[in-house]
Ligand binder design. Sequence first.
Ligand SMILES: CC(C)(COP(=O)(O)OP(=O)(O)OC[C@H]1O[C@@H](n2cnc3c(N)ncnc32)[C@H](O)[C@@H]1OP(=O)(O)O)[C@@H](O)C(=O)NCCC(=O)NCCS
Length: 191
Amino acid sequence: MPAADWQRQLPVLTGRRAILRPLQPTDATALLTMVGSAEVGRFISPPPTTLDGFRRFIDWSAAEQREGRHVCYGVVPRRGHTTVGLFQVRSLESGFGVAEWGFALGSAFWGTGLFLEAAQLVLGFTFDVLGTFRLEARAAVENGRGNGALRKLGAVEEGVLRRSFLRCGRYHDQMLWVLLSDERTPPLRLR
Ligand SMILES: CC(C)(COP(=O)(O)OP(=O)(O)OC[C@H]1O[C@@H](n2cnc3c(N)ncnc32)[C@H](O)[C@@H]1OP(=O)(O)O)[C@@H](O)C(=O)NCCC(=O)NCCS
């Protein structure tokens, strides 16, 4: 099957507050500061802890995109030039019908409304361009902000995945959140 346009080049998504664009090798420094912090990584799979680690992640992500398995957007506030977070979507089957997403923003941008807008742009791309009909997310039960963010987007809590996530030598329970394309609600109002 020929590669889809997004496999060759991810389209830039533009909102009122944020621009979402493919990661570039030069994003590694900003990502290390923003996403590599202990606060951001507290409840998620540990992000890279070095510049080289983020460079390898950016290369890996571009290769996975070309193979049609994964996309990753960097979040750049309209008033800035550096990447302050990222959204990843990966397919859970061949094709993107069922997919999983994950996201992280630098803690300076929590509670600012940036998440909501960026999430809505990524959801539009995932449902309309990738053709996903079921989008899953897993969040450790202790992750108040992560679960609150998914609830706010209208995701449905399908259950608890007991002791499904190994973090710091201990297995944690995770909430399974799902958005279905045919249950999409109108975009939430931005603050
Ligand atoms: C997840 C993340 C991207 C969300 O961005 P954010 O700017 O913090 O999200 P928002 O503030 O828009 O939404 C979070 C919601 O959770 C609520 N919340 C915060 N702490 C909470 C808690 N302990 N329990 C329940 N809800 C909580 C907030 O009040 C907010 O809802 P509101 O806007 O209706 O008040 C960001 O917190 C982050 O990067 N966290 C670290 C990485 C991570 O955990 N990723 C998610 C993996 S699933």
